[in-house]
Design a binder for this molecule. Structure first.
Ligand code: ADP
Ligand code: ZN
Length: 701
C-alpha cells in the first residue's frame, strides 16, 4: 500500500486543483497509480480523467510523461496546470530546437512534474526515456492505439515499446471508449495485461436529452439560441456544405456562429477553435471533425442538425457539453431523409452490415417511446433501474391512442401505390395533394386519394414512421426508398388488428429573446455577467482559454457565495492556493464593487420615490410609475422619514389607529416584529398601517 494517506491526497487535491472531494473512482485510481500498478481508466468525457494522473504526479519522484494525441489540446492542459501552480511543459514537433532543449534541461534539472508529449515525438525523447527521470506514464485517449477503435492513430503503435523500455514505471491508460474489444486491445498493445481496470458509469446526468422532428429546424435553432444568449454550443451537421450554410443563416440572424470542417485550411480551423475555446465565438456549426481537441468545460448545449451514424458518435459528441457538471442540453433533430442519406453512405462499405445495425440502433434511440437514457446506457452495457427523469420522454411521456383507422388508411395507400412510392408521395396521396407528381401518374383517381386530408403532413410522417417501427410496412432502401407492405400489414388491413400510435408532440415555440453576443457583452446587470467579463479580460491578457481561469461551475459558486476574504474564496470548489493568490484579489474586488453599486442603487431608488412624492403624486401613482408595489413605496417613505426628510407620514394613518399602536408598543416594549402587534391589535389594523405607526413613534422618541 502507498503510505500516502487519504488526508494528504485530499489536501493536495484542494491546494493544487481547488476541489474538495474526489469524484467516483478518482481516489481509487490515484491510489492504484501511487502503488505503482498499471491502470486502465474508462471514464466518460467530462468524468474527470486528468486528475487521475495529475494528482499522483505531485507525489511521484520523476516526471510523469503524458502521451496526448493533439498538440492543440496539450497547450491548454499545460496552461491549466500552470494556472494551478503545477510545473508542466509540452514537447512536440512544432517547437524549435531551442524550445526542445529547454524541455530537456527542465527535465534534467527536475524542474517539471508533468511533460506532455505527442506520440510521434516520443522517439526524439529516447535519451531522456533511457534515464531514470520518468516516474509514471499516462496515455490519454488510449483507444487510439487500437485499430478496432473508431479513432486509430498509427503513431500510437509506438507506445508498445514503453513497457519494454521502462518496465518498472507504472502506466495509466485512459479513454472514454467503453467497448470491451477495444479495452482488451489497449491492454494487449501496451503490454500491460494485468492492469487494474476502473470502469466508471457512463451516465452523464447533467445532460438533458431531447429529440425533435426536423421540420423547420433552422427556425427552431434560431429560437433555441435566442433563449440561450450567453451560452456556447456546437451544432453537428452531416456535410461541410450544411455547416457553412447554417452558419451563414445564423449570422444573418445576429448569432455569433462559425463553420468548422476538414475542408478549411489549418489556420482557419485553428482560429475558429481558439475563438470558441476563448469564449470569442458562441456557436460552431461543425462536422464530426470538430471536437477531439475541444477541452472546453462550459459548452452548454450540443445540437445534432442531422442524425449521427451511430450511438458511439452521438454520445461522444453530446458528451462535449456540460463537462463542468452544470446543466446542459443535447438536442437531436430527427428526419427520415437523414436516415436514408446515411444508408446511402454505408452502402458498399466493407463492414456494411455492422454499420447498418449501428444505424438502426441510432434510429431506435431517436424514435424511442421509453426513457432515452436507458436506451443509451444499455447500449454501453449499463443498466439503470429507474427512468432518468431528464429526457424528453420522461418529462413528457408519449400518449398512445387507437390508431387503427389511420394505419388502415396509410397501408391501403401504400397498397394502391403498388409499393412503388416513397414516404413523401404516400403522404401526398393521402392528403389529396395537387402536385405534378401525383397528377401525372393519375394518383388522384386512386380510392385512397385524399382520405387523410384532415391530418397534417407532419403528423402523417410521424404516424407512418411508427408503422414502420412496428413492422406494419417497410422502406425498400434499394428501390428508391419506396414504402412497401409486410407480412404484418394484412392483419391491419383485413383482420382489424388494433394499432397503437402516439400523438405527435408539439414543440413549444421558444420564447423569442434578443440575441446578444457572448462574453463581449458588457452587461453590468448580474454579478455573473460581471464575473464572466472579468474572467474574459484576464484570460485575454494571459492568452489562455477563459475556463482555465475558472470554469462556469466555479464562477457560479462565486456568484452564489460572494466570498470577500481569502478563506471564503478558498472554500469555493475550483479555487486552489495558486488561483487564490493570482486571481482572488481581482474577483473579490469585483464582488465588492458590485455590492457597493447595489447599495447605491438602493439609495437611488429611494430618492427617486422621494422626488415623485415631492412632486405631489399619490402612493398608488408612484407605485405604478415605478413598477413597484405600494408596500415598497411605503417602506421608501418610512426610510426617508426616519432620515429626517419632510414626509407627512401621519397622513397615511388616522390618529385613533396611531394611539392604539402606541398602547401596544407600551405593552410589547422592545418588540420589533410586526406580527405580535398585528395579533395584539386583534388583527384589526393592517400590517402596513402598523409599520407606519411604528415609524412615526420611533421618530418621536
Ligand atoms: P475528462 O478528461 O475525463 O473529459 P477532465 O479531466 O477534463 O475530464 O475533467 C472534466 C471537468 O471536471 C473539469 O472541468 C474538471 O475541472 C472537473 N473535475 C474533475 N475532477 C473534479 C473533482 N474531483 N471535483 C470537481 N470537479 C472536478
Ligand atoms: Zn429518461
Amino acid at each position: 500500500m502507498t503510505d500516502i494517506g487519504e488526508k494528504e491526497l485530499l489536501k493536495k487535491l484542494k491546494t493544487n486543483f481547488g476541489y474538495d472531494s474526489f469524484r467516483s473512482n478518482q481516489q481509487a485510481i490515484v491510489e492504484n497509480v501511487l502503488n505503482k500498478k498499471d491502470t486502465l481508466v474508462i471514464m466518460p468525457t467530462g468524468g474527470g480523467k486528468s486528475i487521475c494522473f495529475q494528482l499522483p504526479s505531485l507525489f511521484i519522484e520523476g516526471v510523469t510523461l503524458v502521451i496526448s494525441p493533439l498538440i492543440a489540446l496539450m497547450k491548454d492542459q499545460v496552461d491549466s496546470l500552470k494556472a494551478n501552480g503545477i510545473p508542466a511543459m509540452f514537447f512536440n514537433s512544432s517547437q524549435s530546437s531551442e524550445e526542445q532543449q529547454e524541455v530537456f534541461n527542465a527535465i534534467a534539472d527536475k524542474k517539471i512534474q508533468l511533460l506532455y508529449v505527442a506520440p510521434e515525438s516520443l522517439l526524439l525523447l529516447q535519451n531522456v526515456l533511457n534515464q531514470s527521470y520518468i516516474g509514471c506514464v499516462a496515455i490519454d485517449e488510449a483507444h487510439c492505439i487500437s485499430s478496432w477503435g473508431h479513432d486509430f492513430r498509427p503513431s500510437y503503435k509506438q507506445l508498445a515499446f514503453l513497457k519494454k523500455t521502462l518496465p518498472e514505471v507504472p502506466i495509466i491508460a485512459l479513454t472514454a471508449t467503453a467497448d470491451k474489444a477495444t479495452q482488451e486491445d489497449i491492454l494487449e498493445q501496451l503490454s500491460i495485461p494485468h492492469a487494474t481496470r476502473f470502469i466508471s458509469s457512463f451516465n452523464r446526468e447533467n445532460i438533458t436529452l431531447e429529440v425533435r422532428p426536423a421540420n423547420e429546424r433552422i427556425q427552431q435553432i434560431i429560437d433555441y439560441i435566442g433563449k440561450r444568449a450567453n451560452e456556447a454550443g456546437i451544432i453537428y451537421c452531416l456535410s461541410r456544405k450544411t455547416t457553412e450554410q447554417l452558419a451563414a443563416k445564423l449570422k444573418q440572424n445576429n448569432i455569433d456562429a462559425r463553420a468548422y470542417h476538414a475542408g478549411l485550411t489549418f489556420d482557419e480551423r485553428a482560429a475558429t477553435q481558439e475563438a470558441f475555446i476563448k469564449d470569442n465565438c458562441q456557436v460552431v456549426c461543425a462536422t464530426v471533425a470538430f471536437g477531439m481537441g475541444i477541452d472546453k468545460s462550459n459548452v452548454r448545449w450540443v445540437i445534432h442538425y442531422n442524425m449521427p451514424k451511430n450511438i458511439e458518435g452521438y454520445y461522444q459528441e453530446i458528451g462535449r457539453s456540460g463537462r463542468d457538471g452544470l446543466e446542459s442540453h443535447a438536442l437531436l433533430f430527427h428526419s427520415y431523409a437523414d436516415v436514408i442519406q446515411l444508408r446511402k453512405f454505408i452502402e458498399g462499405t466493407s463492414n456494411q452490415e455492422v454499420q447498418e445495425a449501428k444505424l438502426d440502433r441510432m434510429k431506435q434511440f431517436a424514435e424511442a417511446t421509453v426513457c432515452r437514457r436507458k436506451i443509451l446506457l444499455s447500449y454501453f452495457g449499463e443498466l439503470i433501474e429507474e427512468n432518468c427523469g431528464n429526457c424528453d420522454v420522461c418529462k413528457n411521456p408519449p400518449k398512445f391512442f387507437d390508431g387503427t383507422v389511420i394505419a388502415q388508411k396509410a397501408l391501403s395507400a401504400i397498397y394502391r401505390l403498388k409499393g412503388k412510392e416513397a414516404l413523401g408521395t404516400v403522404v401526398d396521396v393521402l392528403r389529396g395533394a395537387q402536385n405534378a407528381k401525383v397528377l401525372d401518374k393519375n394518383y388522384n383517381t386512386l380510392k385512397t386519394y385524399g382520405v387523410g386530408k384532415e391530418t397534417s403532413w407532419k403528423d402523417w410522417q410521424h404516424y407512418i414512421i411508427q408503422l414502420i417501427n412496428q413492422g406494419y410496412c417497410q422502406i425498400a432502401f434499394h428501390e428508391n426508398n419506396a414504402l412497401q407492405l409486410t407480412d404484418f400489414s394484412s392483419k391491419v388491413l383485413f383482420n382489424n388488428e388494433k394499432v397503437q400510435l402516439t400523438t405527435p408532440v408539439e414543440v413549444k415555440k421558444e420564447e423569442k429573446r434578443k440575441v446578444t453576443k457572448i462574453t463581449k457583452s458588457t452587461s453590468k446587470n448580474s454579478l455573473f455577467d460581471r464575473l464572466r467579463a472579468l474572467r474574459y479580460r484576464i484570460a485575454t491578457e494571459e492568452n489562455i482559454a477563459a475556463y482555465l481561469v475558472f470554469n462556469d461551475a466555479t464562477l457560479r459558486e462565486i456568484e452564489k457565495e460572494r466570498p470577500q476574504t481569502d478563506n471564503e474564496f478558498l472554500a469555493i470548489s475550483g479555487v486552489g492556493q495558486r488561483k487564490l493568490e493570482v486571481y482572488g484579489g481581482e474577483f473579490m474586488e469585483e464582488i465588492k464593487t458590485f455590492l457597493k453599486e447595489k447599495k447605491k442603487n438602493k439609495k437611488d431608488t429611494t430618492l427617486e420615490t422621494y422626488k415623485l412624492y415631492e412632486e405631489g403624486f399619490t402612493i398608488e401613482e408612484i407605485a405604478e410609475a415605478r413598477g413597484l408595489k405600494a408596500q415598497t413605496i411605503f417602506s421608501h417613505l418610512s426610510k426617508l422619514y426616519l432620515e429626517g426628510k419632510d414626509i407627512a407620514l401621519d397622513k397615511f394613518i388616522d390618529a385613533n389607529q396611531l394611539k392604539l399602536i402606541a398602547n401596544a408598543k407600551k405593552v410589547l416594549k422592545n418588540e420589533t416584529a410586526l406580527k405580535p402587534y398585528f395579533e395584539f391589535l386583534e388583527e384589526k389594523i393592517p400590517y402596513e398601517q402598523i409599520r407606519i405607526g411604528l415609524t412615526i413613534l420611533q421618530k418621536k422618541r
